[in-house]
Design a protein around this ligand. Structure first.
Ligand code: SAH
Length: 348
């Protein structure tokens, strides 16, 4: 016979309190929380209170521009992997990127995220020119362009880029290899440490629901965020794309993704955590659920429609409806911020 439920429940709540106070748990303790569905609400509420205490009620907005869907990588889950010949490829011109950035700035955005496939056309020097031009506006620039050499990251930092997003995707070595042909977990980690060293606010994160991904490996992912001292963490449930090798696999589990988000908030209380589009795509209320489980960032996509339709890293990507977002936020006592929203802006 196991423990009576109330004793067990008390034990689990204590574990969550311990995570909140100590900002770390053992891997086995993280797994216990991830596998127990009876404490989900308690976990979300605790993460929400930590979010409120450390980063407040304001939501930072990040305007996303998907400037090229050309990619040399072949990630098993990704709709714009190079082997997917059904994708109509595009690459914005320098002026188009700058025009969109100016528009974002005019619209009041204080952060711009430039995302693309791993498109070698954009050499560091060329991208640096673009970044310099964009930085003439009073706007923070985040890059999300994949793996590059230290020297390239350095050129871009010196051009004025403030932040960089590079998800580790999974810290499970075997799974990493299977999902990313020709790539290595070691190099991904090296890139992240290089970015940190160069002074970028560095973002990483994982995909939740990859085939054969274990709770142990997800727990290791969370410990990796802590070890890196990541400044931003993006967690997304996998959404399987019909034109990829993962087409017959189920989607990731939203609740599990939210639990990973919540635990991340407990371990790294002052960082920035987006309510990701993949969460909203799986559930019409996913974004609000995330904002009530530790998230404090939303990333509206301002890419032009004709490009957006070709940047299908997964199917059914939903957009942010600004008016609806404002209303939804009001309902949960939150409001949009007009600050750049660096980690260092968050009070600790
Ligand atoms: N080339 C850049 C940008 C990748 S796209 C880079 O390598 O960092 C941004 C993120 O989308 C990826 O890090 C991945 O976690 C996520 N993504 C890709 N395919 C997905 C899918 N099928 N479902 C959910 N998220 C996905």
């Amino acid at each position: 016979m196991g423990l009576p439920f109330f004793v067990y429940n008390l034990f689990m709540k204590n574990l969550i309190e311990k995570a909140k106070v100590e900002r770390i748990l053992q891997k086995s303790e993280i797994v216990q929380i991830l596998e127990d569905s009876s404490i989900n609400e308690y976990l979300f509420k605790t993460a929400d209170s930590v979010r409120k205490k450390y980063v407040g009620d304001e939501i930072y907005l990040r305007a996303l521009i998907e400037f090229s869907n050309i990619c040399r990588c072949n990630c098993a889950y990704c709709g714009i992997r190079c082997d997917n010949k059904k994708v109509q490829r595009y690459r914005l011109k320098k002026d188009e990127i700058i025009d969109l950035s100016n528009l974002a700035s005019k619209l009041g955005y204080k952060t711009l995220v430039l995302q693309s496939g791993e498109d070698c056309f954009f050499k560091a020097d060329y991208l640096a020119e673009i970044v310099k031009e964009i930085k003439k506006n009073d706007i923070a620039v985040t890059l999300s362009i994949g793996e590059r050499f230290f020297e390239e990251y350095k050129i871009l930092k010196e051009a004025g880029a403030d932040r960089f997003l590079l998800r580790i995707e999974t810290t499970d070595e075997n799974l990493y290899k299977k999902m990313h042909p020709g790539m290595s977990l070691d190099n991904r980690k090296k890139c992240l440490y290089n970015l940190k060293q160069l002074g970028y606010e560095t973002g990483t994160g994982s995909l939740i629901g990859l085939p054969d991904q274990t709770l142990e490996s997800i727990a290791s992912d969370i410990l990796f965020y802590k070890e890196l001292n990541a400044d931003m963490i993006g967690i997304g449930p996998l959404i399987t794309h019909p034109d990829t090798p993962l087409k017959d696999f189920p989607n990731g589990n939203l609740i599990l993704a939210l639990k990973v988000l919540a635990l991340t908030r407990l371990f790294l209380p002052d960082i920035n955590i987006p309510a990701t589009t993949a969460m909203e795509t799986l559930n019409p209320n996913g974004r609000i659920m995330a904002l009530q489980a530790g998230a404090n960032v939303v990333m509206p996509n301002i890419t032009l429609e004709e490009c957006k339709k070709n940047y299908q890293i997964y199917p059914g990507k939903v957009a942010v409806d600004y008016t609806k977002l404002e209303k939804d936020l009001e309902k949960i006592g939150r409001k949009i911020s007009f600050k750049k929203g660096f980690r260092s802006d968050n009070q600790i």
